[in-house]
Design a protein around this ligand. Structure first.
Ligand code: AMP
Ligand code: MG
Length: 508
């Protein structure tokens, strides 16, 4: 397809005259982001892809959306979620935002390859990622390749399975249409689902352009829909915008604590990749740690290590500072904005410790939480010293509490004295708590399965051969990653040597 043909297909559709429902799909639409008005978006249509096929499908998300089961299996659904047929009542658009990328102001960005189909009456926005050019595509082709789309699909649902706030993914469709990256690849579209895809960068955009009316309209929209308590609270003398900043800071702190506890590295924490709802968003060169290396950099394009695993909590705070700056015209006083940000510094360590205590199977206690800090830090120090596999350590520890057999944990370490001493302190801290109770708690906090890079890669390699069973198998396991799944023990093993040679960059 030539560029001009693509532009033609992507031309705005004109005011929508259809009903606000797709009866066959079982989807009803309600007004949403589009209501903010044309300053916030451009209306347009997805650009079709030739001969699409299913790559991955989440029945759980389909059910949450209330999709008609027969329709969900139809070619019509395949066409709709590739962007080849517009769902009745959908009025698609791409939104404008800006942001700081790698610590530098990048100016206007926007949905360069994501097209919002609309908002369902259940409160879910549906977005097609990779559905063609938009006015915000800059030099990009508006497309996403198969490998990164499979990774986003699987990781969205894996995070949900782990209980970590995230945008969801309904499906991935593929097409053999060629897409140029470093090599020639093929196209795919991920249908993402979220209450909202609004980012810090949306606020930065209107602040940078001194458009205070739009800035206020956006903040009011977010408060009314997602943070109504910000208007009721007496915090900050009734300043709802300061209360919003505080609430976002808290949600972000909780998210970062969860990422750190599970060993998740996002890889591109630019402010345009930060959700105003505190969700994990925009899966690119992410990685779940294999070996515990605190300074691990998962993004091959991140040469300075700005987004290294152990930098993430500070980067989130830096990003919140950018959001605070953007909200300043609404908040008024700089001191008030700084005070609203403070919550991050208390919530993050509190939540992190709480998550780590859960990993240790320790019940929340009324005792000073400071008392468990040495135990947590002691474990992490031992893991870092010997670069122990993070997920396997915690799961083996859970199993050892259940069985009373410490050997499988000791076997992970060369420094046996170090781990023996730590295991002794751990046993003492547990005291009289019944082992079965502690172990059950641990198995609910320490997943057996995470989406390791090599697992994702294996499913991608299969998918490239048109075998999509690997994607389905991984999805099935990752949806309930705390369970044992005895038929899939291979997904719980140590990564093979080649796993450390996988290079994932921003190019996707
Ligand atoms: P990301 O690094 O994926 O968060 O993307 C940063 C910005 O580049 C966003 O505005 C994206 O919409 C845009 N972008 C990334 N890849 C493409 C692409 N292939 N075509 C158009 N825009 C893109
Ligand atoms: Mg992004």
């Amino acid at each position: 397809m030539t560029l001009s043909q693509e532009a033609e297909l992507a031309a705005p559709s004109g005011p929508n005259s259809g009903s606000a429902a797709d009866e066959a799909a079982g989807l009803r639409w309600r007004p949403g982001f589009a209501e903010l008005g044309p300053a916030f978006h451009t209306r347009l249509r997805p650009t079709p892809l030739p001969a699409p096929y299913w790559v991955g499908r989440s029945d759980a998300v389909a059910k949450a959306l209330g999709l008609d089961p027969a329709w969900w299996s139809s070619d019509d659904a395949l066409a709709a979620f590739t962007g080849n047929r517009l769902l009745d009542g959908s009025d698609p658009l791409a939104t404008v935002y800006s942001g700081h990328q790698f610590g530098v102001w990048a100016g206007q960005l926007g949905d360069g390859r994501a097209i919002l189909l609309g908002e369902t009456d259940g409160g879910f926005e549906l977005q097609l990622k990779g559905a063609g050019r938009t006015p915000y595509s800059r030099m990009g082709d508006g497309r996403a390749v198969l490998r990164s789309s499979i990774r986003e699909f699987l990781c969205s649902e894996a995070m949900h399975g782990l209980g970590i706030p995230t945008t969801r993914a309904l499906c991935v469709t593929g097409s053999d249409a060629p897409i140029r990256r470093e090599t020639l690849e093929t196209a795919a579209v991920v249908t993402r689902v979220s209450p909202s895809f609004i980012r810090f960068g949306h606020f930065e955009h209107f602040a940078a352009n001194q458009r205070d009316d739009e800035l206020r309209a956006l903040a009011d929209f977010v408060i009314d829909r997602f943070y109504p308590e910000c208007r009721a609270t007496g915090r900050f003398g009734g300043n709802a915008y300061a209360a919003l900043l505080e609430a976002v800071s808290e949600r972000t702190a909780v998210l970062l604590a969860q990422w750190q506890a599970v060993g998740f590295c996002h890889g591109v924490m630019n402010t345009d990749n930060m959700s105003i709802l505190g969700l994990t968003i925009d899966y690119g060169p992410f990685q779940f740690l294999d070996a515990y290396v605190p300074g691990h950099i998962c993004n091959h394009s991140d040469t300075s290590g700005r987004y290294a695993f152990n930098q993430q909590p500070n980067v989130a705070y830096w990003n919140l500072f950018c959001l605070a700056q953007a909200l300043l015209p609404l908040i008024g006083e700089q001191d008030v904005a700084v005070a609203a940000l403070e919550s991050y510094k208390t919530v993050f360590p509190r939540e992190f410790e709480s998550r780590m205590r859960a990993k240790l199977g320790l019940a929340e206690s009324s005792e000073s939480t400071a008392s468990d800090r040495p135990l947590i830090e002691g474990a992490l120090k031992l893991l870092a010293q010997e670069k122990i596999d993070y997920t396997i350590f915690w799961r083996r520890l859970s199993d050892s509490v259940a069985s009373g057999d410490r050997q499988p944990v000791r076997d992970l370490f060369i420094d046996r004295d170090g781990i023996d001493n730590w295991l002794q302190s751990f046993a003492e801290r547990r005291g009289a708590t019944p082992a079965s109770e502690a172990a059950a708690r641990m198995r609910r906090a320490n997943p057996k399965f995470v989406l390791r890079n090599h697992l994702g890669q294996q499913s991608i390699d299969q998918a490239l051969q048109k075998d999509f069973s690997g994607v389905a198998d991984l999805l099935n396991v990752l949806e309930s990653s705390f369970e044992d799944h005895p038929g899939h023990a291979e997904f719980a093993g140590f990564p093979p040597d080649w796993a450390s040679t996988i290079e994932i960059s921003c190019s996707s």
